[in-house]
Design a binder for this molecule. Structure first.
Ligand code: ADP
Ligand code: MG
Ligand code: MG
Length: 200
């Protein structure tokens, strides 16, 4: 199975552009309940993936996705690196196994569960999982792309009243309440950008 090189290249570019455009916003969210680097961390990861775009586009899809995950682990730094990295690496592995019959919502579910295990986190802990699980749910229910994007956006906002249980924000305890989680926000922004791109 070979990639649609244009699809991979296009997705890499929309993700890079979205993170670049929102980097300052993500840092501001992270300044409120973390150390203020989430935007620059994500930007570094996306730039590294973009730099490898030509090579990635030449790979079969599962290999490309797994390699993107590895690049994210090595370049994002901070807590988000291993988490986004695990998501993509696991998705790549599951896509490879998918040749024996899995559907994408199931592949995504397994990849998200791997992120949860990696971070010892669960839904409701005020992390990117609070966007990933609702997006997976919407996908499993065959929602329209525009509805999946909306669900991602609302889910990120829904992290504001939550108390952080994992990551740096957890050190703040109750003082983390009232702020949107930066990782949930980057995840929603990426989901919205991907949905918009796939709709075109
Ligand atoms: P760091 O906190 O190391 O500076 P980032 O600022 O790049 O890393 O990423 C912070 C985000 O990572 C948080 O907003 C949260 O969504 C996510 N996160 C942190 N720790 C965990 C964890 N244990 N499980 C799941 N997500 C986490
Ligand atoms: Mg940070
Ligand atoms: Mg940091």
């Amino acid at each position: 199975m070979h990639t649609e090189p244009l699809l991979i290249a296009g997705l890499i570019e929309v993700c890079r552009a979205t993170i670049a455009a929102n980097s300052e916003h993500l840092c501001a969210l992270d300044r409120a309940i973390g150390d203020g680097d989430h935007g620059t961390n994500m930007q570094r990861g996306c730039e590294a993936v973009s730099a490898e775009e030509a090579n990635l586009s030449s790979l079969p899809l599962p290999d490309a996705v797994e390699k993107i995950g590895l690049t994210l682990v090595m370049n994002i730094g901070g807590a988000a690196g291993p988490l986004y990295g695990t998501l993509l690496m696991e998705m790549g592995r599951e896509l490879r196994a998918e040749e024996s019959g899995g559907a994408f919502p199931i592949i995504l579910k397994r990849a998200i569960d791997a992120v949860a295990r990696r971070g010892r986190a669960t839904a409701g802990d005020k992390t990117l999982l609070d966007v990933l699980y609702p997006v997976q749910d919407a996908l499993a229910h065959r929602s329209r792309l525009s509805d999946i994007a909306r669900r991602a956006e609302l889910s990120a906002n829904d992290t504001a009243p939550m108390k952080a249980m994992r990551g740096r924000a957890a050190y703040l305890g109750d003082r983390s309440i009232g702020h949107v989680d930066p990782g949930a926000s980057s995840c929603a922004l990426l989901t919205m950008a991907i949905c918009r791109y796939l709709e075109e």
